[in-house]
Design a protein around this ligand. Structure first.
Ligand code: CP3
Length: 364
């Protein structure tokens, strides 16, 4: 039996995304996608012909327009601010660029004491006014909650130390093991910046925040516990009084999930390498879980994609607190992922999960 008031399209009054973050009952599983705004969208590509990524991030009018696109096009339950994890670093004295198909490039990688000293604290309001202006405008124009975000300390440190994307993180790990004092200085600076930046985003109107610590899965559980977890705990503790849900996400973090659960985050992001039920076992019952479709599946035939997505939902609805997402961002591919596929997937998850929840008798 279908609830006659159920609508796949999110409404103004009630947020199934925020309810799921808080592990409250929902009418359907909420859906959003990491990198839901980007190059797979023709409208985005058109804007990128005229402006660089960083120019878009610094222009509220463009940033607002792009952040809204997936909400109207796909019917997702949350918007994410269009920005990049590198944006706040430019306000800490780091000279950087983001190059197409390469990623972030740092002009002077941080390797020595003197290099780390050049990284200064930032005053959000003065140095990043455009981020907060975009959030304020989005708060008024969106029909769904806005997710603010920051990069995680390990991931930001890896770009700062390596100077670019890396496969092995050798310079990063060298600093961590050879100079734990210098590493901690860097973690302290990044942890303080992340918590200030996220608090400012929350004050401007972000209803939830996500920390993208994408590359932290390159650490062993022991090294994560020793060199990163204390900083994460401090960041989450500092933000606790805001009362907004905080999502902690990384790629390849299956073996780190028990430690992620200890961090104090309210929602844990999981990638596709760990089955959802196993992720739940490792995390325990007290946090919501977000994930975990392999983004490459967006290029698979609908029958393959939809049956995998249903399997994820079937596992996800077993406990309260599940948000459907990809295990990493929407993939960049030629030909691009289809907007229609993402729209169809969103609607399918809403309808299929609503049915599962009706059958389980634990609807909102
Ligand atoms: O999710 C969203 O829709 C919000 C926007 C967003 C972007 N970057 C826009 C972007 C978010 C949340 C990010 C976070 C980000 N940036 C992460 C963490 C998430 C992840 O993907 O692991 C990381 C590691 C970065 C650093 C970064 N920026 C990389 C590796 C790249 C890709 C380089 C490339 O060309 O493939 C970027 C560029 C970037 N950031 C793009 C977008 C839409 C591509 C932009 C373009 O050239 O138009």
């Amino acid at each position: 039996m279908t609830n006659p008031s159920f609508s796949s399209t999110p409404t103004d009054q009630y947020s199934r995304f925020l309810a799921a973050c808080r592990r409250e009952p929902v009418d359907a599983i909420p859906v959003w996608y990491m990198r839901q705004a980007g190059r797979y969208q023709p409208e985005y590509r058109k804007i990128r012909e005229k402006y660089s990524l960083l120019e878009i991030c610094r222009t509220p009018e463009l940033c607002v327009q792009i952040s809204q696109l997936p909400v109207t096009q796909l019917g997702v339950d949350a918007a994410i601010l269009f920005s990049d994890i590198m944006v706040p670093l430019s306000a800490m004295g780091v000279e950087l660029d983001i190059q197409e198909n390469v990623g972030p490039l740092i002009a002077h990688p941080l390797r020595s004491d003197a290099d780390v000293q050049t990284l200064h604290a930032f005053e959000t309001v003065e140095s990043l006014p455009y981020v907060l202006d975009s959030i304020r405008q989005l708060k008024h124009s969106l029909s769904v909650p806005l997710i603010g975000f920051a990069g995680g300390p390990y991931t930001l440190a890896s770009y700062l130390i390596e100077g670019q994307a890396s496969r092995s993180y050798l310079h990063t790990k060298q600093m961590m093991w050879n100079r734990p004092d210098l590493w901690q200085t860097l973690m302290d600076k990044l942890g303080a910046a992340i918590s200030h930046f996220l608090r400012a985003q929350i004050q401007a109107g972000a209803a939830a925040v996500q920390i993208f610590d994408s590359w932290v899965g390159s650490l062993s559980p022991e090294d994560f516990q020793t060199y990163v977890l204390p900083t994460m705990k401090r960041v989450f503790h500092l933000l606790q009084d805001t009362g907004v849900p905080i999502i902690y996400f990384g790629v390849n973090t299956g073996d780190l999930l028990p430690a992620f659960a200890e961090s104090g985050a309210s929602v844990i992001g999981v990638d596709w390498r760990t089955p959802l039920q196993e992720a739940r076992r490792r995390i325990g019952p007290n946090q919501a879980i977000q994930g975990n479709l392999d983004p490459a599946m967006l290029l698979a035939p609908w029958s393959v994609l939809s049956s995998r997505a249903e399997d994820i939902v079937t596992q996800g609805v077993q406990q309260p607190g599940f948000i459907f997402n990809l295990g990493h961002g929407v993939v960049h591919h030629h030909p691009p992922v289809s907007v229609d596929v993402l729209r169809r997937l969103t609607q399918h998850i809403h309808e299929y999960s609503h049915q599962c929840l009706v059958e389980r008798g634990n609807l909102v």
